[in-house]
Ligand binder design. Structure first.
Ligand code: GAR
Length: 202
């Protein structure tokens, strides 16, 4: 196997997607290693999950900083870690166009709904409240909009009559943990291009 791609994972909370990515890398399913986990919340449980796995972590709190200052710190940490790809894993901050432009087509996000339905916060609750019968998750390239970049991979789940937002979110999360490593594997191992906003694998 060739060189491992170095990833930076940005998170704000629990970190289950970071764990799924780390385990897929460790199993050799994704030819990458997580070079750094970064959180905007110093107390994010996801940082502890990273530490347990020997992944270097850094917290860059946004409080008291302008968006530009905060993002400059995040970008500097990514570059210092030698990371080429940036994986958002429950990172609850919108990235500026300038930040996105620093890592062109190298920032990936996972969203807990079938985009373009239900972007933004509490997507699982939005889908549940709307009454859709299918939902799921989307892995997409990040552009300067909110959950608006080109779709790489989606996985679906049924929405059941007796679901609550919580049971639906748990069913979606299981699929997130499959979808994120699978999408990253595709992006890192296959030739792909953008045709308009379609991610096309050759
Ligand atoms: C995941 O459900 C992820 O899809 C969602 O936050 C959760 C993070 O969980 N992301 C968003 O809603 C982004 N708009 P995790 O910290 O256990 O990976």
């Amino acid at each position: 196997m060739g060189e491992l791609t170095r990833l930076a994972v940005l998170l704000s909370g629990r970190g289950s997607n970071l764990v799924a990515l780390a385990e897929a890398c460790a199993r050799g399913e994704v030819p990458a290693e997580i070079a750094l986990a970064i959180s905007n919340h110093p107390a994010a449980p996801g940082l502890e999950r990273a530490r347990e796995r020997g992944i270097p972590v850094t917290a860059i709190a946004a409080k008291g900083l302008t968006r530009e200052e905060h993002e400059a710190g995040v970008a500097a940490a990514i570059v210092a870690a030698g990371a080429e790809w940036v994986c958002l894993a429950g990172y609850m901050r919108l990235l500026s166009p300038a930040f996105v432009a620093r890592f062109p087509q190298r920032i990936v996000n996972i969203h807990p709904a079938l985009l373009p339905s239900f972007p933004g916060l509490e997507a699982q609750r939005q889908a549940w409240a709307y009454g859709v019968k299918l939902s799921g998750c989307t892995v997409h390239l990040v552009d300067a909009g909110c959950d608006s970049g080109p779709v790489v991979l989606q996985r679906t789940v049924p929405v059941l009559d007796d679901d609550t937002p919580e049971t639906l979110a748990a069913r979606i999360l299981e699929q997130e943990h499959i979808a994120y490593p699978a999408a990253l594997r595709m992006l890192l191992t296959r030739a792909w291009r953008l045709d308009g906003r379609r991610v096309v694998f050759d």
